[in-house]
Design a protein. Structure first.
Length: 137
């Protein structure tokens, strides 16, 4: 990789394979999905080695430290050498993924939406609770 001292943020995100195109990287930056050492940044922000970025992609938010710069998009193994995800970020993402998996399992175990009989039972129960709360007149 050629030695570069500064690279535009959108170009680096594209080269590091966080986004498939530079225009997608630009939209993410403009949409506030990328933060540089805290605050939101502009697309043309120049990043250097050692900078910290917070990148939100879908459900996940990654905090990465820039290890190397590149203006060219290369293979995934080379792109992975451009950054390092912080241990806190990795643990946070794993916890969030486990929670999403647990929620998904709960939704599957619930049996889905109530049927007609169950809806009537729920309506009856809710009406009884409402009557109790309003007072037994």
């Amino acid at each position: 990789m050629p030695e570069v001292s500064k690279v535009r943020l959108d170009k680096w995100l594209w080269a590091a394979r966080f986004f498939k195109t530079r225009s997608l990287a630009k939209k993410a930056i403009e949409g506030g999905k990328v933060h540089h050492a805290g605050p939101r940044v502009k697309v043309s922000k120049e990043v250097t080695v050692g900078d910290t970025l917070a990148i939100r992609q879908g459900w996940d938010e990654k905090t990465v430290r820039i290890l190397a710069l590149s203006e060219q998009r290369r293979g995934a193994p080379e792109a992975a050498l451009l950054y390092e995800e912080t241990p806190e970020s990795l643990a946070k993402r794993e916890l969030a993924a486990a929670q999403r998996q647990a929620n998904r399992q709960l939704m599957l175990d619930s049996g889905g939406r109530p049927d007609k009989r169950q809806r009537r039972q729920l309506a009856r129960f809710n009406q009884q609770r409402l009557d109790q709360l309003l007072g037994d007149d």
